[in-house]
Design a protein around this ligand. Structure first.
Ligand code: TXA
Ligand code: MG
Length: 511
């Protein structure tokens, strides 16, 4: 079979190009054919949900076991009645809050839905995607499209049309290429046939978000504990999805410590002539220079990690690496969905690292900047004037500080305005003696952190301020050359950020 590939942008859906494209897709679907299409989560492989033979073709094209039910995609909330027998009030509240969007709900099914679509179950999963191309495609096919993710069974879900083609070219009638899926992980699945409702697959819509709308929501035991003896409630969750060809190991623990251990294991494996790939993040990539590594995003912006995870797993599949070592991620927010997929890909293979560079033992904080004459000494000054649970040394350093200068004029001026005393400061350049086990380094940006880690290998506790505060958007502009206003703005931002640093340190110290 020849697979037709058609490209389209969301803004072209209603233009002649779009109309022609969806007319073609509709014709294929009504004749029982299969069309892959983009959604905001991942690409789906669609067939007419009311055509019992279409489901069989989907299973065959994917190489998927037929006991694993499909999701019925709709493009209009009113159409839910044609598919679901009962719609509980809590479901209506969730639909109101999250549809269209990355949330799949499970209902008791109506007779008309073929049992091939639901894998023989009396329930049906329904999703209303938030993507104009997906909705136009669903409507073109009659409004009810049964679709799993458009990958061969066992490989990562596709987030690009080229992933679909790699897996399914020649096996399906058409692929609609609408660019990258913006979210990158499959929808959250919630079973609405039980009360309290239960999450069967974690995704972007988190338990906290659901509970805000309908109160208590349970989570399938298998998601919280992969070793739980009960089988997962969503049939598809029992398969070892997303398995890359190489052996994947996840390193869990304090991020810098995990990165160092990954590096050590990688160097050892390479010495044994093994080919190693590394999955890292922008913040920790510096540990893997010279190795075959890929950054999947920023630790402080987990959405970027969700978006790139499958692409990176697929990219490693195109290479000859035999082992992949990956960082792990915090379980809050979308983190639970990320770790759920990553651990499945790893077949639960994990290295746990004890956390021995415990921040609660920190006795000294060094603010590090390019120079030691404006932002860094001001931040140190502000923190010194805050109360912490115990006495620690607070200092500042510059990467370059050839002269023992005082704090710059601009900052002196702000201090005067604030009615504060002048700071008696003389700039100090960072030296080897500053690298001590008891020290926490806070840098003003990622470049500085990378410079520091490059220069001193053994160093443990280094965070950028946005990273330490878990505020990806935090930017502390250099005031240099920006006049009085620039200094004022910079000092305000520092004042604010440092008060949050103090709050966080207090929590850590009291822990
Ligand atoms: O984001 C998504 O949900 C994507 C896009 C294409 O919409 N679709 C997707 O479909 O991930 P699929 O087939 O790869 O995953 C559907 C999951 C499977 O784990 C399946 O077992 C579960 O939903 N499922 C479907 N119907 C179910 C039902 N009636 N009861 C329990 N689980 C069900
Ligand atoms: Mg899938």
């Amino acid at each position: 079979m020849e697979t037709l590939v058609a490209q389209i942008k969301p803004e072209e859906v209603k233009l002649p190009l779009g109309l022609a494209l969806f007319a073609k897709a509709g014709e294929i679907l009504r004749n029982g054919g299969l069309v892959a299409f983009p959604t905001e989560t991942v690409y789906g492989l669609g067939g007419d949900a009311f055509d019992p033979d279409a489901a069989g073709k989907i299973y065959a094209a994917k190489g998927r076991p037929s006991d694993n039910p499909l999701i019925v995609h709709i493009a209009d909330v009113a159409d839910l009645n044609e598919v679901a027998r009962e719609i509980p009030d809590k479901a209506k509240m969730l639909m109101e809050a999250f549809w269209p969007g990355p949330l799949t709900l499970i209902f008791f099914k109506r007779q008309g839905i073929p049992c091939t679509v639901t894998g023989g179950l009396d329930t049906v999963a329904v999703r209303f995607p938030d993507n104009d191309i997906a909705r136009a495609m669903i409507k073109s096919g009659g409004g009810f499209i049964a679709a799993p993710s458009a990958n061969r069974s066992g490989s990562p879900s596709p987030t690009l049309a080229e992933h679909v083609l790699k897996d399914l070219q020649g096996r399906i009638d058409m692929v609609i290429d609408g660019g990258a899926s913006v979210l990158g992980l499959e929808s959250t699945i919630v079973d609405m046939t039980v009360d309290p409702p239960m999450i069967l697959r974690p995704g972007f819509v988190t338990r906290e978000m659901l509970e805000k709308v309908i109160g208590r929501v349970d989570v399938d035991a298998k998601i919280l504990d992969a070793k739980s003896p009960v089988p997962p409630k969503a049939p598809g969750m029992k398969y070892r999805h997303y398995a890359p060809k190489a052996e994947l190991t996840v390193f869990e623990g304090e991020p810098i410590r995990a990165a160092k251990e990954m590096r050590r294991c990688a160097d050892e494996a390479i010495a044994n002539n093994e080919k190693v790939g590394i999955i890292t993040t922008d913040e920790l990539a510096v540990h893997f220079e010279g190795l075959n590594y890929r950054s999947i995003g920023s630790r402080i912006d987990p959405d970027t990690i969700a978006q790139n995870l499958y692409r990176v797993l697929r990219e490693f599949d195109e290479t000859d690496v035999e082992k992949i070592f990956s960082e792990s991620f915090a379980l809050d927010g979308v983190g639970q969905a990320i770790m759920n997929r990553l651990m499945k890909a790893a077949g639960q293979k994990v290295v746990h690292l004890a956390n021995d560079n415990d921040l609660s033992k920190v006795d000294r904080i060094v603010f590090l900047d390019n120079s030691d004459s404006d932002r860094a000494p001001y931040a140190a000054y502000v923190l010194e004037n805050m109360t912490l649970p115990r006495l620690i040394s607070i200092e500042s350093r510059g990467m370059v500080a050839p002269f023992p200068e005082p704090i710059c004029q601009g900052i002196q001026m702000i201090l005067e305005k604030q009615g504060r005393r002048a700071i008696y400061h003389s700039a100090r350049e960072l030296s080897g003696e500053d690298i001590r086990k008891d020290t926490l380094f806070l840098t003003f940006d990622l470049k500085l952190k990378v410079k520091l880690l490059r220069k001193y290998e053994g160093i443990d506790n280094v965070y950028t301020l946005p990273e330490f505060l878990e505020e990806p958007a935090l930017e502390i502009p250099s005031p240099y050359g920006h006049g009085e206003e620039g200094y004022e703005e910079c000092c305000d931002i520092i004042e604010n950020a440092v008060s949050r640093v103090a709050a966080k340190l207090s929590l850590i110290m009291l822990d």
